[in-house]
Design a protein around this ligand. Structure first.
Ligand SMILES: Nc1ncnc2c1ncn2[C@@H]1O[C@H](COP(=O)(O)OP(=O)(O)OP(=O)(O)O)[C@@H](O)[C@H]1O
Length: 233
C-alpha cells in the first residue's frame, strides 16, 4: 500500500525534514507514526498524498510511483486517500451534510448517489441525526467525527491521520481510535501520526518512531496473553 525507499525531503529553506526513510505498510495494515515535534511526521504524510514531493528516494502508494506522477494526475492519487487533520478543517458556513458531501461534489457524483453515500458515512460515525447542523453546534469530538466521515465518504483504501486526537480528551480520543479500528477491520489501511504515546500503547499496533527526520524504530506490538485476557473490547 505504501513503500518508502531511502526517501529524503529538504524544504526550499534548506531544512532537512526526512533523511533516507525506508518502510512499507501492507494492504489492510494499521500503523502509528510517532516522534518529537518537528521529527518529520507531517512531512512524511504530505509526501504520501502529494502535498509535498520527495527530494530523493522513491515513494510508491497504491502501486503508483509518486515520483513519476504529473501534477495533472494528483487528484486521481488523492481520490484513493482519505485525510484527517487535527483541526479537521471543516467549513463552518456549511451544514454537516455539505461538509461530508464536498469530496463527492468535487468528483462530480450524481445528486442521489451523494445523498446515499453521505448518509452512510455519517451513520458510520454516529452523526446521522445531525446532518443539518452547522459544525459550530457540535462538540470537538463530533467535529472530528465529521472530518472522518468526509475522509471516508468516497471509500478510499487508505486513510492518513495527522494528530487526529490532538484536541480531544482521553475518552474521546479512544472513541476516535475505535472508529479507525472499525475501518481497518473492513480492509482499510491506516497510518496515524500521533504524539499521544499512552494512547498508542493501549492500541497494540505497529509503531514507527521518528527522530530528527530519521525512522529510528519500527516496532510491531504484540499483545501478551495476560493483556489479551483483560481486554474486554
Ligand atoms: N513548509 C516547510 N518549509 C520549511 N520547513 C518546514 C516546512 N514544513 C516543515 N518544515 C520543517 O521540517 C521539519 C519537520 O516538520 P514536520 O511538520 O514534518 O514535523 P512533525 O513531526 O509533524 O512535527 P509536529 O509534531 O510538531 O507537527 C521541522 O523542522 C519543520 O520546521
Amino acid at each position: 500500500m505504501i513503500e518508502f525507499a531511502e526517501v529524503s525531503k529538504r524544504y526550499p529553506n534548506g531544512q532537512e525534514a526526512l533523511k533516507k526513510v525506508s518502510f512499507e505498510i501492507a494492504d489492510g495494515e494499521m500503523a502509528f507514526l510517532t516522534g518529537h515535534s518537528g521529527a518529520g511526521k507531517s512531512t512524511l504524510l504530505k509526501l504520501i498524498c502529494l502535498m509535498e514531493r520527495a527530494t530523493s528516494g522513491q515513494v510508491v502508494v497504491n502501486n503508483k510511483n509518486l515520483n513519476r506522477t504529473s501534477r495533472r494526475k494528483i487528484p486521481s492519487v488523492r481520490r484513493n486517500i482519505g485525510m484527517i487533520f487535527q483541526d479537521h478543517r471543516l467549513l463552518f458556513d456549511r451544514s454537516v451534510f455539505d461538509n461530508v458531501a464536498l469530496p463527492l461534489m468535487i468528483a462530480g457524483y450524481p445528486h442521489r448517489e451523494i445523498g446515499r453515500r453521505v448518509r452512510a458515512s455519517l451513520d458510520k460515525v454516529g452523526l446521522l441525526s445531525k446532518e443539518k447542523y452547522s459544525p459550530i453546534m457540535l462538540s470537538g469530538g463530533e467535529q472530528q467525527r465529521v472530518g472522518i466521515a468526509r475522509a471516508v465518504v468516497n471509500k478510499p483504501p487508505l486513510l492518513l491521520a495527522d494528530e487526529p486526537t490532538g484536541n480531544l480528551d482521553p475518552e474521546l480520543s479512544a472513541e476516535i481510535m475505535h472508529l479507525f479500528e472499525q475501518f481497518n477491520q473492513v480492509g482499510v489501511s491506516l497510518l496515524i501520526a500521533s504524539h499521544d504515546l499512552s494512547l498508542i500503547a493501549q492500541m497494540h499496533y505497529r509503531t514507527l518512531v521518528m527522530k530528527e527526520g530519521r525512522l529510528v524504530q519500527d516496532q510491531v506490538d504484540t499483545i501478551t496473553s495476560s493483556e489479551e485476557g483483560s481486554d474486554e473490547s
